[in-house]
Design a protein around this ligand. Structure first.
Ligand code: HEC
Length: 133
């Protein structure tokens, strides 16, 4: 191999390496700025999990997010309560009750949801107002 060819192949190698390094850097930089959309993706995934849970527990037979059905729209519920009311809501979901939104009672969901599930749903429902478009 003559010297010209050697220099040429080293140059090619050099260019190859520096491009891959700068591509790598560009990608790690991109990952950092992606973290906000990633959070949104996570929130969307949580919404879906919670809707699936609500559906599997029969809540959606009476509740919708933004329309009154037999029970109040969960967005309305969300506007009325915040973090300090979670215990109240957990009890209400489990024991049922009447009189806050009208004359139609919510039947007890004891045996349908565990306290942990009721707590997850209550915590999620009160966050809905922050997601209203
Ligand atoms: C048979 C219909 C029905 C089902 C099923 C039902 N609800 Fe309700 N829900 C109601 C009604 C009616 C009210 C309004 C009660 C009132 O006015 O006090 C209500 C009220 C609520 C409230 C607001 C409570 C308050 O005091 O403001 C929450 C939160 C709630 N439901 C969550 C749930 C969850 C979670 C489930 C599923 C585990 C569920 N509901 C299943 C009918 C239902």
């Amino acid at each position: 191999m003559n010297i010209k060819k050697k220099v040429f192949s080293m140059l090619v190698l050099l260019i190859f390496f520096s491009t891959s390094v700068s591509l790598l850097l560009a990608q790690t930089g991109k990952k950092k700025s992606d973290s906000a959309p990633q959070k949104q993706e996570q929130a969307k995934a949580d919404d879906k999990d919670m809707m699936d849970l609500a559906n599997s527990k029969g809540c959606l037979a009476c509740h919708q997010l933004d329309k009154k059905l037999i029970g109040p729209a969960w967005l309305e519920v969300s506007n009325k309560y915040d973090q300090k009311d979670v215990d109240y809501l957990v009890n209400k979901i489990i024991q049922g009750g009447v009189g806050v939104w009208g004359n139609i009672p919510m039947p007890p969901n004891r045996g349908i949801v565990t306290e942990e599930e009721a707590r997850k749903l209550a915590n999620w429902i009160i966050t809905l107002k922050s997601k209203k478009k």
